[in-house]
Design a protein around this ligand. Structure first.
Ligand code: ADP
Ligand code: MG
Length: 686
């Protein structure tokens, strides 16, 4: 079958499953096949009761010596099963599964899997999964993929559907020339797809990853080339002159610009007064003061009689920027006439703002993506700043250009990337870097702890909250799903647990699946100090500035890349108060602890990301996302750094040899690049 065939044509995929898949934006065979596993479970030989260790997930096979319960405890019905082997025993605790009692026979041998915890002298396995012997023997044979799911869908169902699609799919010939496969040690595209979903072992997964990551980098770099040739050829349509407004502002603020801020602003001034359209990236660690540099550029634009736009990835951030600007206007008499434009505004409010933008009454437009919607007509948009935001794609550029001459573009990023990689990844941009943080900040105090530290941490929360401060808690998952081995904390259960542990404290939870308006409301309540603890997924990672928050606790921190943890840490330590970061790990082996301790020793985002890379071999990081900024499905800019460099060299070679891709070997390549460019411009902004 053609890869565009709808999934409901698959054997075994009925209406109901198809509807669930649609929730995950899976419509066609291709979407399904491109829905890669997020991780794999490697099942190990069952061990006897005598060999269990606290803290590990393991499979135990043992003899049932008794069953007690079920007893009611709040929302739960609890059933306890006892396994015994000589002097050793293990308690299995089942929540809300009273039927287990009926299928278990005292004296019989059974296989269970789950995390072992030690309670006093007892060993306990919570929420175990029970297996039939032959079922478990099958699982032992190969890594079992786990997929991103939605309620009602299991990995098993997805896996079955994917397998059916792989068999049924008709693959086009591989678009990579044979010679590349040999030179770079790559398998074909269709083979990679098969291996990633149905590996015999983890080597297969790595082989598949290599090809798929290579492919992603390749297309990405080709797209950059397109962007670059587009932007290089652009003249400066908004030539500006230096004005006194910016230097007056710089003199008026109560602190001095850092050397990096000064240098960056000088580069921006030289771009905007020069012959070509600016296309610049400012890289600077969290808290390095990028926003101020952006405001200076926007001020210069306004002083030249033009409009500037500041685009933020979320409404919360946009609102925050708007407030900051209003404050600055009041304090320093800046000439900004700002408007705020967000998706959740009422139609009538939006209309009013559109008018002001069109007439030129507004010279600073702050908002989210809604900004570049068709309805916005600018009078003379000369500068677009995107803050903490995915990159600006050809599509967006063209959209703006359609509204007038091509504006200058300034991209702000806190993603720490070594310069060599930045040159490749931001190949179409000029680079500026702010390396230092403003002086006078109290360094954040860090600690890396096991889960047993939680009660002390909660006591610490209480102290801080009593002093008027606020707390973030980050969990890796949104909600528990059926597959969960109870290994990962989830936001909704955690918030409930925390409410039980800390009565009287105002706790709210936030996750990326919520409606934009709900997220904004929750964030605004937190920013206003109406919530004490915010339990959240990493959606708060980006840019938020709540200087009153002094504690960041990350659960299952072993599951995050260090660069990402560093970003999370950047949410605290933004005010005058001493701030703290608590990294909780449920895996306390030396390797995990050593890795996390890098965060203790360094506060330098660039250094942390490269140390992480050095400590962990490629492949080990599978399933860990280091960077949220680059929307690769498989590739990771840190782990696959070498591959990225190789790919970049290959593209250079290819462009020198056959820029039009008209040689026989490259024809398929040309088609697939076109397809990719088309898709990526509609799907995401690179
Ligand atoms: P980021 O680079 O993460 O966007 P921000 O622009 O939000 O950082 O700046 C963080 C804080 O530092 C803000 O409160 C800002 O006013 C302050 N700040 C910016 N530049 C300086 C400076 N040169 N000296 C002292 N404080 C500064
Ligand atoms: Mg910022």
């Amino acid at each position: 079958m053609n890869l565009n065939t709808p999934v409901d044509k698959l054997k075994g995929v009925g209406e109901k499953t198809a509807a669930l898949l649609r929730k995950l934006h899976i419509e066609s065979y291709e979407d399904l096949i491109m829905h890669f596993p997020v991780e794999y479970t490697i099942y190990t030989e069952p061990i006897p009761v005598s060999q269990v260790k606290s803290g590990c997930v393991c499979t135990v096979r043992g003899c049932v010596s008794g069953v007690s319960g079920p007893v009611k405890a709040g929302r739960y019905s609890i059933l306890t099963v006892f396994l015994k082997e000589g002097l050793f025993s293990l308690e299995l605790i089942f929540f809300n599964q009273p039927y287990i009692k009926k299928i278990i026979r005292t004296g019989g041998f059974y296989t269970f899997r789950g995390r072992i915890i030690q309670k006093g002298t007892k060993f306990v396995m919570q929420s175990p999964k029970m297996f039939k012997d032959d079922e478990y023997r099958d699982l032992l044979k190969h890594p079992v993929p786990k997929y991103g799911l939605t309620a009602g869908l299991s990995s098993k169902t997805v896996s079955k559907a994917v397998r059916a699609a792989l068999i049924d799919a008709q693959w086009d010939a591989d678009c990579f020339p044979e010679e590349w496969l040999e030179r770079y040690d790559l398998v074909s595209h269709s083979k990679a797809m098969n291996l990633i979903h149905c590996p015999d072992n983890m080597d297969d997964v790595n082989i598949a990853r290599r090809r798929l990551a290579f492919e992603e980098f390749f297309y990405f770099i080709m797209l950059l080339r397109k962007n670059k040739s587009l932007s290089l050829s652009l003249p400066n349509s908004f030539k500006m002159i230096e004005t006194a407004d910016t230097s007056r502002f710089i003199d008026a603020i109560p602190f001095k610009l850092t050397a990096g801020q000064k240098k960056t602003f000088t580069q921006i001034v030289s771009d905007m007064t020069g012959p070509a359209c600016m296309n610049r990236l400012v890289q600077g660690d969290v808290g390095s003061g990028k926003t101020l540099v952006a405001l200076l550029a926007l001020l210069m634009t306004a002083a030249n009689g033009y409009q500037g736009a500041l685009m933020a990835p979320t409404e919360v951030l946009a609102v925050q920027h708007y407030k900051t600007v209003k404050e600055y206007i009041e304090k320093y008499g800046l000439i900004f006439k700002p408007v705020l434009l967000t998706g959740s505004m009422k139609a009538s409010e939006k209309k009013e703002v559109y008018e002001k933008i069109k007439s030129g009454e507004a010279n600073l437009i702050i908002g989210t993506h809604a900004l570049i919607q068709d309805k916005v007509v600018f009078k003379n948009l000369a500068l677009v700043v995107t803050d903490e935001q995915h990159r600006f794609g050809v599509r967006q550029r063209e959209a703006l250009a359609g509204k007038g001459a091509q504006p200058h573009i300034l991209v702000m990023s806190a993603t720490p990337i070594p310069r060599t990689l930045a040159i490749i990844l931001y190949g179409d941009l000029q680079l500026s870097a702010i390396h230092e943080l403003p002086g006078g900040r109290l360094p954040i105090k860090n600690c890396v702890v096991g889960t047993s530290y939680r009660p002390s941490a909660y006591k610490f929360f209480k102290d801080q909250i009593a002093q008027g401060r606020q707390v973030y808690v980050i969990c890796p998952k949104v909600e528990s799903d059926e597959e969960d081995d109870s290994e990962l904390e989830n936001v909704s259960d955690y918030a409930e647990k925390l409410k039980d542990a800390l009565p009287g404290i105002r706790i709210e939870s936030l996750n990326g699946k919520m409606k934009a308006q709900d997220k904004t409301d929750i964030m605004n309540r937190f920013a206003a100090g109406d919530t004490d603890i915010l339990v959240s997924t990493t959606v708060i990672e980006v840019g938020i500035n709540v200087p009153n928050a002094t504690v960041m606790m990350v659960e299952n921190s072993e599951r995050f890349g260090l660069a990402q943890l560093h970003q999370l840490r950047g949410r605290v330590g933004r005010g005058a108060y001493q701030s703290y970061c608590i990294f909780v790990t449920s895996k306390e082996d030396d390797k995990t602890m050593d890795r996390l301790k890098i965060l203790n020793d360094s506060n330098d985002g660039f250094k942390i990301a490269s140390e992480d890379l050095r400590l962990r071999g490629p492949g080990e990081l599978f399933g860990i996302r280091q960077s949220g900024e680059f929307a690769f499905r498989i590739a990771d800019i840190y782990t696959d750094a070498e591959l990225l460099e190789e790919t970049s060299k290959l593209v250079d070679e290819l462009m020198a040899d056959d820029p039009a891709l008209s040689k026989k070997d490259h024809l398929l390549l040309r088609d697939s690049i076109e397809k990719y460019v088309e898709k990526s411009e509609t799907l995401r902004s690179i």
